[in-house]
Design a protein around this ligand. Structure first.
Ligand code: NAP
Length: 301
């Protein structure tokens, strides 16, 4: 089953990348789009993002076979409650939110009989946001995790085929397990990056211009992550509280252990620890999830 009409609600990085990837794949589906601000809708029209940009939510979702919520997590429940009564019977609703349990809790109550809800999370993004940030290759060879939560298998399989056509590899996960895994691989690392950049900003013995001019690659990578969208990340932490706090608790314990090793001069502990973490990096490269090029292939020092 493929979709004849797809509605993208929210026209930022993820929705625009989905649209360009659909066009690259030669999908014939008519794509409608909606964003809450007139500025974003005008930009979308200017750059040809979506076949039709609608000025209201209901027109965007009317007759859609697939509706994808590409919004900050906190906006998904309210938007779903508004569009719920207007969806075509048999329509699939999905989303791209970085947290799954909170999205299911917010969206599922507004899913009527005969509508399928298949939550999804493409593990792909950049620190840029907005309608101009998207590009067709964003999802290439990246995972898109579906958390079907008992949804109709035919609807799940159609969404899986759709994401594969956009370039992604697809897997199914339990929603709570998804949130724990992402707390480890994405949410806690983002919080640590935000903190490290905040520390550098607060440390008045090192000037801002020294931080900017002499930033070594580790810090530069933190600044890239810490430039991510504030609304999106506020919502991620508020909606994946338990898993993020659990991982941060473990992180703090390990940090204290390393702090102690430095203070007591325990070089063996530090060496063993760094050997173990180096092997994890090797595993990510071997799995094709990152480049092996030094400094991610950047040519400037
Ligand atoms: P984005 O570029 O900031 O775009 C967000 C869109 O949502 C904009 O069109 C915005 O409209 C609209 N919006 C914001 N608040 C709204 C509200 N209260 N009601 C209605 N519309 C609202 O965001 P994105 O990066 O595409 O992220 C969208 C979703 O994808 C998030 O749930 C995020 O967790 C998930 N995700 C993001 C990444 C990533 O790296 N960025 C990766 C994977 C998944 P206006 O422009 O009119 O304000």
């Amino acid at each position: 089953m493929s979709y004849d009409r797809v509605a993208l609600i929210g026209l930022g990085l993820i929705a625009s990348s989905m649209f360009w990837a659909m066009k690259r794949a030669g999908m014939s589906a008519h794509v409608t789009g909606y964003a809450r601000s007139v500025e974003t809708r005008n930009v979308a029209r200017d750059i040809g993002l979506c076949d039709t940009v609608c000025d209201d939510l209901i027109s965007a979702v009317t007759d859609a076979d697939l509706v994808v919520l590409c919004l900050p997590i906190g906006a998904m429940g309210p938007v779903m409650s508004e569009i719920g009564p207007y969806l075509k019977p048999g329509c699939t609703v999905s989303d791209v939110g970085s947290v799954k349990r909170a999205v299911i809790d917010a969206v599922q109550p507004h899913i009527a009989e005969g509508i399928h809800f298949v939550p999804a999370h493409p593990l792909a993004g950049t620190e840029h946001s907005g309608p101009k940030a998207g590009f067709a290759a964003l999802f290439d060879s990246r995972w898109c995790l579906l958390t079907p939560n008992g949804a109709d298998p035919v609807a799940v399989s159609a969404l899986s085929v759709y994401w594969q056509a956009l370039g992604a590899k697809v897997d199914d996960l339990d929603p709570d397990h998804h949130d724990l895994v992402l707390a480890v691989t994405s949410h806690a690392p983002h919080l640590i990056a935000y903190t490290m950049v905040g520390v550098a900003d607060d440390l008045h013995r090192v000037t801002n211009s020294e931080v900017i001019n002499y930033s070594a690659t580790g810090f530069r990578d933190f600044t890239r992550i810490a430039a991510s969208d504030p609304t999106m990340w506020r919502d991620v932490f508020l909606s994946n509280k338990d898993a993020t706090l659990e991982i941060l608790g473990r992180f703090t314990e390990e940090l204290f252990a390393l702090q102690r090793a430095i203070r007591t001069g325990d070089g063996d502990l530090l060496h063993d620890y760094f050997t173990r973490t180096r092997a994890i990096r090797r595993g990510i490269i071997d799995a094709g999830q990152d480049t092996d090029a030094p400094d991610f292939g950047r040519t400037k020092g």
